[in-house]
Design a protein around this ligand. Structure first.
Ligand SMILES: [Zn+2]
Length: 314
């Protein structure tokens, strides 16, 4: 194997770039802005320029680069074709082929960003030492990635691991960002738990007293729950019920060794894990009832690590 590789995590506002040795150790990381003008035409040329710039700065020949892995915020097929990225203005094209062309033929592997984050956590994070990992990322939405046998499950449409859009409630009237109603992320994300708090207020249930006069954020809700506020505990329990039930469905299909919980909401820590596992253990098939839950450890670097792993593990 050649001595160096790059891991790129392409986000809606910044591109996180990592320059690695082929043993997976990080040499340097940096960021460049994501310029989304004109349908995002400049994004891949900017990434190619950043990679070439780093190679010349460090006096490394492109011949010594094993490959570039890139995580993209949209559905990506195993062959590198992205099936539209609404955030970036991208349609359908082969990201891997195009970036490789801009880099003079350095091999490129492209995958969905949540999936590469899951691969990063499986490789060097909360799932380290396990080959089969389900990761859930709880942020503005609910993202997910499924790693089977140490490899990303991309699926037939690049949409494997879209855990956030599992339908949980048929009676929901609010519309999810995906256009459906009753998706997991309408309840179990940072936005979801805040939405539920506002609904509880409307129904004149007891207000989380610790939230009086404060803007409601998911952190405030978890803090109030930790302080013993009944209404906040109820909101956290509902989030746990939604996630725990959805994960029980997922484990009945995938049966992972471990489930990793990441994203901003996971900073709530043990109270979140407890809320999820309480419902998970009652809903799960008996053989996977004791599946271990772990918190993610790589934070914002998970995507970069997972992206480079895709080229180091071809
Ligand atoms: Zn949805």
């Amino acid at each position: 194997m050649k001595p160096y590789a790059f891991g790129i995590d392409l986000g809606g506002t910044t591109v996180k770039c990592g320059f690695f040795k082929n043993d997976g150790s990080l040499i340097e990381k940096w960021e460049i802005p994501t310029i989304k003008d004109n349908g995002g035409v400049q994004i891949l040329p900017d990434i190619a320029a950043a990679i070439k710039g780093k190679l010349s700065e460090r006096n490394v020949s492109p011949e010594d680069v094993e490959g570039v892995g890139i995580g993209v915020p949209g559905p990506v097929l195993a062959n590198g074709v992205v099936n539209g990225c609404v955030n970036l203005g991208w349609g359908v094209f082969n990201v891997a082929e195009e970036l490789s062309g801009l880099l003079g033929g350095i091999p490129v592997v492209a995958a969905n960003d949540a999936n590469v984050a899951a691969l990063g956590e499986q490789w060097k994070g909360g799932g380290e030492g396990h080959q089969n990992v389900v990761m859930v990322t709880l942020g503005t939405g609910v993202g997910g990635g499924i790693i089977v046998g140490g490899r990303i499950l991309a699926g037939g449409h690049g949409a494997a691991g879209e855990i956030g859009h599992i339908q949980m409630r048929k009676d929901e009237t609010a519309v999810c960002g995906c256009g459906k109603k009753g998706c997991l992320e309408q309840y179990a994300s940072a936005t979801g738990i805040v939405r539920m708090a506002h609904l509880a207020l409307k129904e004149e249930r007891k207000l989380p007293s610790l939230l009086d006069g404060k803007e409601i954020t998911s952190k405030e809700i978890f803090d109030a729950a930790k302080a013993g506020d009944d209404a906040a505990l109820g909101l956290v329990d509902t989030l746990g019920e939604m996630l725990g039930t959805a994960l029980a469905h997922i484990t009945a299909v995938v049966d992972p060794d471990v489930i990793v919980i990441g994203g901003g909401v996971s900073k709530a820590g043990q109270i979140l894990i407890d809320a999820i596992t309480k419902h998970y253990r009652t809903a799960a098939f008996h053989a996977c009832r004791d599946t271990e839950f772990k918190l993610a450890v790589l934070g914002n670097d998970a995507g970069m690590y997972g992206a480079v792993r895709t080229v180091l593990n071809r």
